[in-house]
Every structure is written in structure tokens, then in C-alpha cells.
Design a protein around this ligand. Structure first.
Ligand code: FES
Length: 92
């Protein structure tokens, strides 16, 4: 949970451990990576998002699970993740 480089304003963690893996967690991670244009432990050029592929976050019953700034999002689909990331990118 320690990071040696600055993270994005929104740190997106996608679980690819077994429960999440079985219901699309890995595909979800790759979708997030493609959408954001960054890989594991990288940050977007504008500093808004960073991405991390993570081990089990203890949310297996609600897989696939994503955390953004340590807020849980359950049963996440690619479409739900798109909506979530797009909403965070809007000026607030
Ligand atoms: S395996 Fe993903 S939260 Fe447990």
C-alpha cells in the first residue's frame, strides 16, 4: 500500500485475484488500462488517474471489485467503469 511515486488524483485499483478473475476482473483491468492509456502503477499525463492491478481486497462476494481512492465499487462491468471514470474526469 506504499507508493514511491505520486499517484493520480483518482487512484484506480482493479482486483484480478481469483474471485474477481473468475467473473471478468482481468478483462476489466485491461479495459481500464486501455481506456486510461496507462499500465500498472502508472499515472496519466494530466495527473488525474493512476492505475494499479491488485490482489484480493476482501470484496470477493461482490466481484469483480474496484477501488477508487479506497472507495469500493462492486459488480463492476466495463460499462459501469466507463461511467464512473467519465464522471470523475468532469470538472468539479
Ligand atoms: S478476489 Fe477480488 S476482492 Fe477478493
Amino acid at each position: 500500500m506504499l507508493h514511491r511515486k505520486p499517484q493520480g488524483k483518482y487512484h484506480v485499483q482493479v482486483c484480478t485475484n481469483i474471485s474477481c478473475l473468475l467473473v471478468g476482473g482481468e478483462e476489466l483491468y485491461h479495459h481500464a488500462s486501455k481506456k486510461l492509456g496507462i499500465g500498472h502503477k502508472q499515472t496519466t499525463a494530466d495527473g488525474i488517474f493512476s492505475l494499479e492491478e491488485v490482489e484480493c481486497m476482501g470484496a470477493c462476494s461482490w466481484a469483480p471489485a474496484v477501488e477508487i481512492n479506497y472507495d469500493f465499487h462492486h459488480h463492476v462491468t466495463a460499462e459501469k467503469l466507463d461511467v464512473l471514470l467519465d464522471s470523475l474526469k468532469k470538472p468539479q
